[in-house]
Design a protein around this ligand. Sequence first.
Ligand code: SF4
Length: 71
Amino acid sequence: MTWRVTVDRGRCMGSGICTALAARSFVLDDERSRAVGDGSAPGESVLDAADSCPAGAITVTENGRVIGPRD
Ligand code: SF4
């Protein structure tokens, strides 16, 4: 399995929701978030962050298939 967490920094508005929900997976850098995942399976908190991002900037994929944000 290959997982990938990405943040579209062009869409991110720096709300900090993702860093609050999943502090080990996102970091605010110059008022924009970036993912700092190590390629391991995303935990529930990462998927929650993708669901909660007000800008829809977070995408989580598993073997190339989008699994977050969830519907
Ligand atoms: S929740 Fe979304 S908009 Fe807010 S900092 Fe994270 S990526 Fe950016």
